[in-house]
Design a protein around this ligand. Structure first.
Ligand code: ADP
Ligand code: 5GP
Length: 209
């Protein structure tokens, strides 16, 4: 990837830990949101509550999903909680090449596939403060049936056991602290010397030889 390419970020967590909430806060941040692209995934699961096709997900049939897969249209894809999910290449590759940062909300299987293709990816894991709090958040969200909640809770410990593969861990207890930490990670990445090379060289050119 060239020195001016955008950065790719992955945010993963067990369901209900708060990654959607954190990502929304970052996208609404006037200092970060406008220069960050949230990659909208494809999924075969049904829309929840207020979810809108093309905003939270592209809701597709299993056949449509397979077609895209056969055309090598996915950067990664996985089965999560009984449904197919995938990140289309169209959401990511051309934007990174244009220097735009891209944020993926994907699970640990997908994160592993992305890192094998794009080793520079920054992986962030969001932990809930405890099992009872995670359960309470899933119930309070009130968008999933009890059997779906039970399935997601039973997967949580296994998913969280993969934290060692991640670069950063955010414990989402106080929402404000968690948002600050996520913002700090994104901002620090943008401040890398390599990323700023063109601007740094332009400043250097203002100095007499
Ligand atoms: P995920 O995207 O990880 O499945 P959500 O962002 O949907 O999780 O959050 C699950 C529920 O927990 C939502 O109802 C959300 O408002 C709530 N929530 C998220 N973060 C916090 C927090 N720090 N404190 C209290 N409630 C939270
Ligand atoms: P939900 O159905 O609650 O929106 O998401 C369930 C899980 O699927 C979450 O762990 C979420 O990160 C993951 N997920 C969402 N989109 C993708 C995707 O494109 N690829 C992969 N691998 N996981 C995804």
């Amino acid at each position: 990837m060239s020195a001016t390419a955008g950065d790719l970020f992955i945010v993963s967590s067990p369901s209900g830990a708060g990654k959607t909430t954190l990502i929304r806060r970052i996208l609404d941040d006037p200092g970060l949101g406008p220069t960050l692209h949230f990659s909208v995934s494809h999924t075969t699961r049904a829309p929840r509550g207020s979810e809108v096709h093309g905003r939270e997900y592209y809701f597709v049939t299993p056949e449509e999903f397979r077609e895209l897969e056969e055309r090598d249209g996915f950067l990664e894809s996985a089965e999560v909680h009984g449904h197919r999910y995938g990140t289309s290449r169209a959401e990511v590759e051309e934007r990174l090449a244009r220097g735009i940062d891209v944020l993926l909300d994907i699970d640990v299987q997908g994160a592993r596939q992305v890192r094998s293709r794009i080793p520079d990816v920054v992986k962030i894991f969001v932990f809930p403060p405890s099992r009872p709090v995670l359960e309470e958040r899933l119930r309070a969200r009130a968008q999933d049936a009890p059997d779906v909640i039970a399935r997601r809770l039973s997967a949580a410990a296994r998913e969280m056991g993969e934290f060692g593969e991640y670069d950063y861990a955010i414990i989402n207890d106080s929402l404000e602290s968690a948002v600050d930490e996520l913002r700090s990670i994104l901002v620090a990445r943008r401040a890398r010397a390599r990323r700023r090379r063109e601007r740094l060289e332009a400043i250097l050119r203002t100095f007499p030889a």
